[in-house]
Design a binder for this molecule. Structure first.
Ligand SMILES: [Zn+2]
Length: 222
């Protein structure tokens, strides 16, 4: 793990920055695909983790949620409108994703269902961060914001790489995987307006350039 800010760690992965997992304080944020089990347990090692929170319940974020919560005996937290998907077999069914791709994700990525112990709501606290409800990419998407040093964990509201090619750069998440793109743009504008000194994405390298984020958000269509 690499420490990005006080108590904010990013797990290493391969390819680097492709599917990101963080630890903030004693909370694991996101859990990759089902293939991430070794990667997670090897890196969190002896560190004490007391809860697991999700930015959103997509297969590349909740894949190891069940195994992590079972093995560490910790509760799972996520946004209200994603909780049902986390608790149901098959997870989130997105009608815009073609059937073959959904089946492929279910086969290799999607983790088993797991009960949600706490629903995260706007303004609540998680490991010194404030929960921000940022719907759009999924209906229950949340971000985590620490105003004292302006650190933001923003899940897939924006990607800092092209998720198809791996080439770095800011992008909206692919429309196919985004429940409500217009709503997601509103969330992106809201987060960019915070001017985070460090932005940590679900996909792509951390960004320490708030101007880049505001410029990008300003160019998004209404
Ligand atoms: Zn994702």
């Amino acid at each position: 793990m690499r420490e990005l800010a006080d108590g904010v760690f990013m797990l290493k992965g391969f390819p680097p920055n492709a599917i990101n997992i963080y630890v903030i304080g004693d909370v694991l944020i996101d859990a990759g695909t089902r293939q991430a089990e070794k990667r997670i347990f090897r890196q969190i090692g002896g560190r004490s983790i007391s809860a697991h929170a999700l930015t959103h319940v997509h297969p590349d974020h909740q894949g190891c949620s069940h195994v992590v919560c079972e093995r560490l005996e910790i509760p799972l937290w996520c946004g209200e409108r994603d909780a049902l998907a986390m608790e149901s077999a098959g997870g989130m069914v997105n009608p815009k994703v073609p059937g073959w791709l959904t089946r492929l994700q279910e086969r290799y990525w999607t983790g088993p269902p797991h009960p949600v112990a706490r629903v995260l709501r706007e303004g609540e606290e998680v490991a010194g961060f404030t929960v921000l409800e940022t719907p759009g990419h999924s209906h229950g998407h949340v971000a985590f914001w620490r105003e004292s040093d302006r650190v933001l964990i923003l899940g897939d509201v924006l990607n800092n790489m092209n998720v198809n090619t791996g080439i770095p750069g800011l992008h909206e998440p692919p429309e196919m995987f985004t429940a409500d793109p217009a709503r997601n743009r509103e969330s992106a504008r809201r987060l960019a307006a915070l001017r985070p000194s460090l932005a940590c994405f679900g996909h792509g390298a951390p960004l320490r350039d708030p101007g880049k984020l505001t410029d990008f958000a300003a160019r998004l269509p209404e």
